[in-house]
Design a protein around this ligand. Structure first.
Ligand code: ADP
Ligand code: MG
Length: 459
């Protein structure tokens, strides 16, 4: 029965939707009264529940002959992002080095009917994107937007650090939209380009053609919108462009390295418009996802790499996928030129891992915590159990563990003589929160940056 359900769903749903949401699910039970679908993670469950339950119910009814109850559950255990414990590599062939990233420049220019150009990089498609817990929501939202632009999430605001795939995702929306509907008018621009176009239009006194270009589109993708900061005139114009599109049900997608409310000198009215759809953030990928990204990249380039090498590179670059890819290419180039075997030892000289953590003093950690959480150093070292203070203290212990060489008992001492088991408990707890709560992960990252920065400038 489930096979029949799947077959029908495959017809009803788009390919990426099916692949992403349905294929990863398992029918745990299917009989006359009840269907239990097991999904790999809570996110998939919510997503199915929210967007596809109706379609599934209809299909099941067709197959079974009458409506039945549908339950969606979550598999026990971890995320199913990378379910291939051992990796297979395609046959070796000469590595394709001419095609070196980090900045792929192959630009496929697609001109749409009204002459609006959409400069999309042909590599930035959904199929080349690895989905992990770090970008699952942004990916799902992007798919949804490509499938039904102007509906659910308008605007879609993608935000995340440099090199985490914002541009890739945005352009994937464009490609996929064109695949679904080839007459769609897609415009992808950087904010800089938008500004330049506007300036040119003013100079040539051709505001109208500017407006035609940007207001007669089905999907407007504007990258690095944080650069609109302080540009009053561009903001003014963009405000009207945005409104025109939004009112006519056209899709707007924006990418930024930070959320709207953290863009300085952004008009309040723009900020509120940017926030009215969905803000989907992209976090740095975890180790498994980084390995999967390298693996995928290697497959595309027809390179064969030992697992240790993948793991080594993946653990050296943690928060910028562009750098991660760059390191892979450098390693492969070096090996092919030197003729050495591909081993961790041989490639390590050409990988210069970015300084990930700077050795910090315990004081620097405590100070960063006190300032960030607005609690006093005395409180951190004291025994208050007030929630804000105890959370700040736990985060402090966790960060001290990461940024210094101090032992658990020594960390305890730094926090006013706490027991080492308390320190251990705090570190575990924060580590767990970091895994499960994106806002905690972000807080830790920001604090880490702050501590790094403070410690670096002191040197
Ligand atoms: P951003 O715009 O956020 O700075 P990009 O979209 O330019 O980042 O991505 C940087 C590089 O990393 C690109 O080559 C992109 O293809 C690659 N990349 C980013 N995210 C992923 C991912 N999830 N899977 C595979 N490759 C990725
Ligand atoms: Mg970008």
């Amino acid at each position: 029965l489930w096979t029949q359900v799947l077959e029908r769903l495959q017809i009803q749903l788009s390919r990426p939707t099916f692949e992403t949401w349905i294929k990863t699910a398992v029918a745990e039970q299917l009989d006359d009264n009840c269907l239990v679908i097991r999904t790999p993670n809570p996110f998939a469950r919510n997503w199915l529940q929210k967007y596809y339950i109706k379609t599934i119910a209809e299909v099941v009814q067709e197959v079974v002959g009458h409506p039945i109850d549908i339950h969606i559950t979550i598999a026990q255990g971890d995320d199913a992002t990378t379910d291939n414990p051992d990796m297979f590599w395609p046959l070796p062939s000469q590595a394709n080095l001419s095609d070196a990233p980090p900045e792929p420049q192959a630009v496929a220019s697609t001109s749409s009917s009204n002459g609006a150009r959409s400069d999309l990089n042909s590599k930035y498609v959904f199929s080349r994107l690895v989905v992990g817990s770090n970008n699952r929501m942004a990916h799902a939202a992007s798919l949804a937007v490509a499938e039904s632009p102007g509906r659910e999430f308008n605007p879609l605001f993608l935000c995340g650090g440099v090199g985490l795939g914002k541009t890739h995702l945005m352009q994937a929306i464009g490609h996929y939209r064109l695949e679904i509907c080839s007459t769609s008018r897609i415009v992808y621009v950087s904010t800089e380009q938008f500004t330049n176009d506007l300036i040119t239009a003013i100079r040539k006194d051709s505001r109208q053609s500017f407006q035609e270009r940007y207001r007669a589109v089905d999907v407007l993708l504007v990258d690095d919108i944080q650069f609109i900061e302080g540009k009053e005139y561009t903001q003014e114009e963009f405000f009207h462009t945005f409104n025109t599109l939004h009112e006519t049900g056209k899709q707007v997608v924006l990418a930024s390295d930070r959320p709207p409310n953290q863009i300085p000198r952004l008009q309040e009215r723009l900020c509120s418009r940017f926030s009215m759809g969905l803000i989907a953030d992209i976090q740095p990928p975890d180790l498994e996802t980084r390995m999967a990204i390298l693996q995928k990249k290697a497959e595309y380039e027809n390179m064969r790499l030992p697992r240790e090498v993948i793991e080594y590179i993946a653990s050296s670059y943690t928060n910028n996928i562009r750098e991660l890819e760059g390191a892979l290419i450098r390693a492969v180039a070096y090996i092919s030129i030197s003729g050495l075997p591909m081993t961790v030892e041989n490639i390590s000289p050409v990988l210069n891992p970015p300084v990930e953590k700077v050795e910090a003093s315990p004081e620097a950690v405590i100070l960063a915590i006190a300032e960030t959480f607005d609690v006093s150093v005395d409180d951190l070292k004291g025994s208050s159990r007030r929630r804000e203070i105890s959370v700040a203290r736990q985060i402090g212990m966790y960060l001290m563990r990461h940024h210094t060489d101090l032992s658990l008992p020594k960390i305890g001492e730094e926090f006013g003589g706490k027991d080492h088991t308390t320190v251990m408990y705090s570190c575990d707890k924060i580590a767990q929160l970091k895994e499960n709560d994106p806002s905690m992960a972000q807080t830790l990252r920001q604090l880490g940056d702050r501590i790094n920065h403070a410690s670096q400038t002191r040197k």
